[in-house]
Write a protein that binds this ligand. Structure first.
Ligand SMILES: [Zn+2]
Length: 55
């Protein structure tokens, strides 16, 4: 594979942006909740799902 030009652009930064999953919420999802094998769902402190507090 010779894609030297795109090699640098392919690097993924550590700063993965994740925002609150709550519809309409534009806050930063500082709290991540993973349910089983699903990808983590991110919520702000205001919209964090209660169903995870007992886990
Ligand atoms: Zn929120």
């Amino acid at each position: 594979m010779s894609d030297e030009a795109g090699s640098s652009a392919r690097k993924e930064t550590v700063t993965y942006e994740h925002w609150c999953k709550h519809p309409g919420c534009k806050k930063w999802g500082s709290l991540g909740f993973a349910s089983g094998k699903e990808d983590p769902q991110w919520f702000c402190a205001e919209h964090q799902p209660e169903w995870k507090l007992n886990a």
